[in-house]
Design a binder for this molecule. Structure first.
Ligand code: CO8
Length: 375
């Protein structure tokens, strides 16, 4: 006998600090001016390239982003630092990712009317882990007081949907009753704030999703009709940081490719058709027509990209509110973006309405979760 999985609660942890585009550009331009003065001779000799100023107009026009939440803005906005300053915590303190994740998880449990005793597994699915081991998920499990098991996984921007597929499949098979999929994303720590091509892209946040057996839902829920994940290798979004860093004979500790790198134009061109096709074929295989799809909760990277995907996937222009964006406030929060959009824009769906969460990003990876609302 198989069970039917459902999303019964979601939660979002939003950091207290924000950085507007104006603040970001002021800091970057001060850094660029300083860099150009310090490297004036090398720039004049043609050995080093001068840095151009960033622009608020460009950022908004190219991405739709207006601001982002971060754990620490003081370091990011200091032209002498240009990265967040996050103090080293002792081994006896909870880690930062666990702290953010627990906050989001408690909100998801509260929304579902459940407690840790109702949860059998915790998956921490995110673009980067704060340490190699023990797993952040096991720390979150411990802090929540969940029995059962926990593990970490990483599929970059698609971590949440891939995590939901793993959880839903376990619920379906009966190996667990329920799981929390938690996505703490400290993107500010792996973004290169000194590169104007990408310094505006990311923000910090954590999301959590509770997946349970449909019959265990106390209130309204979203039945998980099906999930679909796909990957295709690409170097167009890459970060070469990793545990081999210390072993490199050249001893280089701070190289550009040790932070987030992307060929944004290529990503745009290659990922768009991949995602549009993925959503359309997922809907076709499930017999859900475009007019029956009431909501798309897409990965939050770029407004133009989402507009295009919505139109292509549905074969029509999505009506106002059918494809909510939150990226203007949060920027790209990697795997958490589509879950924030879902969490903040799903209450109004009616009984029987269909909606689809879709993430996409590094890998390349694309994951979709087809949902049906039950009141
Ligand atoms: N201010 C002024 N001018 C700028 C700036 C700036 N800040 N940045 C670039 N320019 C200039 C460029 O130099 C270029 O100048 P020129 O024409 O003279 O060469 C011009 O503006 C146009 O630049 P682009 O072609 O790069 O601009 P685009 O219109 O392509 O916009 C975007 C850039 C917004 C990056 C766009 O390409 C995009 O959104 N692409 C898709 C990106 C995407 O979806 N990526 C997904 C990655 S996220 C993911 O998978 C998770 C990874 C793990 C998380 C990492 C956390 C840090």
């Amino acid at each position: 006998m198989t069970n039917t999985p459902a999303i019964t609660g979601t939660g979002v942890f939003t950091p207290k600090q924000t950085i507007t585009n104006a603040e970001l550009v002021t800091a970057f331009n001060a850094y660029a001016d300083k860099f150009n003065v310090e490297h004036a001779d090398a720039i004049a000799a043609g050995v080093v390239e001068a840095l151009d100023h960033s622009s608020e107009e460009f950022i908004f026009k190219a991405s739709g982003i207006e601001k982002r939440y971060v754990i620490d803005k003081s370091g990011v906005l200091d032209p002498d630092v240009m990265h967040p300053l996050l103090r080293q915590r002792s081994d006896d303190e909870q880690s930062l990712m666990a702290e953010m994740g627990v906050d989001a998880a408690n909100k998801a449990l509260a929304q579902a009317g459940k407690t840790a005793a109702d949860v059998d597994a915790v998956i921490c699915a995110a673009s980067n882990m704060e340490r190699a081991y023990p797993a952040i998920a096991i720390e979150i499990q411990d802090l929540l007081g969940v029995k059962g098991f926990a593990f970490d996984m990483n599929v970059a921007c698609s971590s949440a949907t891939f995590g939901i597929q793993a959880a839903a499949d376990m619920v379906r098979s009966g190996s667990i009753r329920s799981a929390l999929v938690v996505n703490p994303e400290i993107c500010s720590a792996h973004l290169e704030w000194r590169d104007r091509d990408c310094h505006f892209i990311f923000g910090d946040v954590a999301t959590a999703t509770l997946i349970e057996r449909r019959e265990d839902a106390i209130g309204p829920y979203f039945e998980i009709k099906s999930t679909r994940c796909a990957t295709e290798f690409s170097n167009n979004i890459r970060n070469n940081n990793g545990f081999l860093r210390r072993s490199r004979p050249d001893g280089v500790k701070d190289r550009r490719d040790m932070q987030f790198m992307q060929n944004g134009r290529k990503v745009f061109k290659e990922v768009l058709p991949m995602v549009a096709k993925h959503i359309a074929s997922h809907m076709a295989d499930e017999g859900v027509a475009s007019e029956d799809m009431k909501r798309l909760w897409l990965h939050q990277a770029n407004k133009a990209m989402n507009d295009f995907i919505g139109k292509k996937a549905l074969g029509r222009l999505p009506e106002a509110g059918e494809q909510p964006n939150i990226l203007q406030d949060y920027a790209n929060t990697s795997s958490a973006g589509s879950i924030i959009a879902f969490s903040q824009n799903s209450d109004d769906l009616g009984d029987g309405d269909y909606g689809l969460i879709c993430s996409f990003g590094a890998g390349y990876s694309v994951g979709s979760v087809l949902l049906q609302r039950h009141l």
